[in-house]
Design a protein around this ligand. Structure first.
Ligand SMILES: [Zn+2]
Length: 531
């Protein structure tokens, strides 16, 4: 049986950007658009052109994308013509493949918030859809407060949806704007709507105020809609929007949906889901939700005891889907017998040959456990785990020794009278019998330290020439009596290989120093340098 096409619409950059504390830059928006496009999302709603400079700039240029790049905005204002509405004009000018209008569909809101008549609201919908169609755009209409509106006045709510559909809108999207509708209500109301408008022209936009945005979206699909709107990681104001990171694998992996529907995300791309989810967290400098379905660190983690031994024999005993399908992996907790085999697998992966019963494996497990308890994150810092394992197994040459370093931060006036902050670092390194002293200047203390540290490593200098720091992330951890800082540094070399190292200390310079040192030593080992 041919499967029906179900469309995914991402609004991370528009509705998700409504979240407290979220402020995407133009570059952030382009990065996320690229990730979503690559994943196979059908529609990416980039923002609200004309509402702020970032979105205006975003829609100021043509973008070469497979996804339907969508601009969001309001239908024409009541009492104005489409030709005489600057907001609508900005939207029609936007370089977008599609325009998603938002309009009221609850009579109460039309009277109280818009202070206009129901007829004028319908005319505004029709005129706006027509104007965008004339401009050659695909058109969507978000019916704001549709479910509450339908409960209050079903005729009017339906009339709004029908007005857009009859005028040629590709999609009419039913929004649960307050997020309080329950799945059985969504099912009943969507069923009624789909009697009037074909389901392959109807979408669902659910908010998570009763923790059921995903369930509501799926209920709407069962009742006939063929477009789901949502955001990455459920980002969105209040309790968030429907989480596409949970919806996508459910549609792909659960037979009820997989047998009936086809989506734009391929099996191969589904494996990128964890990466896409984490990329958004990184951008927002948020700790990933460990308990997130499918992609969370704990989603496939099993503790010691009978579960762990059963899961090693047959993973299906405790896993509802295979973790690899979404790019995740099985985790058996460190420090028990199962953790031991996990670490052995990791050692095998990095090419360290050790006997299974080597007592140093136990030592390594204990060290990892102790260090993770004080804030080190080896899951995220592959290169630091590699070094820790090699050190525990006695296999890291002592290349050089940093005898001493000194970093200062100075604020002063420069030659043209501007107040500037500059940093200077001096590092004293011992390489064999040679003592080398280097100084470096930087925009900040860590930058200066990095410059000084990598300026002269004597005979090792040639190995680290291509070393580059590509990312630097700081997180303050609540360490009980005192806060500690965790620094993650991502490096890259001339071969294009990336690796991440970690440092933890109450002092940010010290934490950064540890991560910098690990990165350099890792590079030397990788390059095959000998002491
Ligand atoms: Zn919304």
């Amino acid at each position: 049986m041919a499967r029906e096409r179900l469309y995914l619409f991402d609004t991370t950059l528009r509705d998700g950007a409504q979240t407290n504390g979220v402020d995407f830059t133009l570059n952030d928006k382009l990065t996320i658009t690229g990730l979503l496009d690559d994943l196979g999302i059908d529609y990416v709603e980039g923002g609200y052109p004309g509402a702020n400079p970032t979105d205006t700039e975003l829609f100021g240029k043509e973008r070469k994308l497979d996804t339907t790049f969508t601009a969001f905005g309001m239908t024409r204002r009541p009492g104005r013509s489409t030709a005489n509405d600057p907001g609508l004009a900005a939207l029609l000018e936007a370089k977008a493949d599609a325009i998603c209008f938002v309009a009221k569909s609850w009579d109460y809101h039309v009277r109280v918030a818009l202070e206009t008549t129901l007829e004028e609201n319908l005319a505004s919908i029709r005129d706006s859809v027509r104007a965008a169609k004339t401009k050659g755009r695909e058109v969507l209409l978000d019916c704001e407060h549709f479910f509450d509106g339908y409960k209050a006045n079903p005729e009017f709510a339906l009339a709004c949806a029908k007005a857009a559909h009859e005028e040629g809108a590709r999609w009419v999207v039913l929004c649960d704007t307050n997020g309080g509708t329950l799945p059985h209500e969504v099912k009943a109301i969507v069923t009624e709507v789909c009697k009037v408008i074909p389901g392959d022209h109807v979408g669902i936009h659910a908010h998570n105020d009763t923790e059921q945005a995903v369930a509501n979206s799926l209920a709407a699909v069962r009742a006939g809609v063929r477009q789901i709107q949502g955001t990455l990681n459920g980002l969105g104001e209040r309790c968030g929007n429907a989480n596409l990171v949970s919806i996508i694998p459910t549609l792909k992996l659960k037979p009820e949906f997989a047998q009936k529907f086809e989506i734009g995300v391929s099996d191969a791309k589904l494996k990128d889901l964890l990466h896409v989810s984490r990329a958004l967290d990184e951008m927002l400098n948020r700790a990933p939700n460990r308990h997130a379905p499918y992609v969370g660190e704990s989603a496939f983690a099993t503790k010691a005891g009978i579960h762990a031994s059963a899961i090693m024999k047959e993973p299906k005993t405790y896993e509802h889907v295979a973790p690899e399908t979404v790019g995740n992996r099985r985790r058996l907790m460190v420090s028990d017998q199962a953790g031991r085999s996990n670490v052995l697998a990791e050692l095998d992966r990095i090419g360290l040959k050790v006997d299974r019963n080597d007592p140093r494996i136990t030592t390594l497990l204990e060290v990892v456990k102790e260090r993770e308890a004080i804030g080190y994150a080896y899951e995220a810092a592959d290169a630091s785990f590699d070094l820790l394992a090699r050190r525990t197994l006695g296999k890291v040459p002592s290349y050089f020794d940093v005898v001493q370093f000194d970093v200062n931060v100075e604020q002063r006036y420069n030659a043209i009278g501007e107040r500037v902050t500059v940093s200077m670092a001096v590092v004293k390194v011992k390489v064999g019998d040679e003592t080398l002293i280097s100084a470096g200047e930087g925009s900040g203390p860590v930058h200066a330290l990095d410059v000084a540290l990598r300026k002269d490593l004597g005979k090792y200098q040639r190995y680290i020439k291509g070393l580059e720091l590509t990312d630097y992330r700081v997180r303050i951890l609540d360490g009980g009596t005192e806060a500690v800082t965790r620094v993650l540094i991502e490096s890259q070399d001339e071969t294009g290989e990336h690796w991440t190292t970690v440092g933890v200390s109450p002092n940010i310079i010290d934490a950064s120093f540890q991560a910098l040192m690990d990165s350099i030593v890792y590079k030397l080992i990788k390059a095959g340098a000998t002491a």
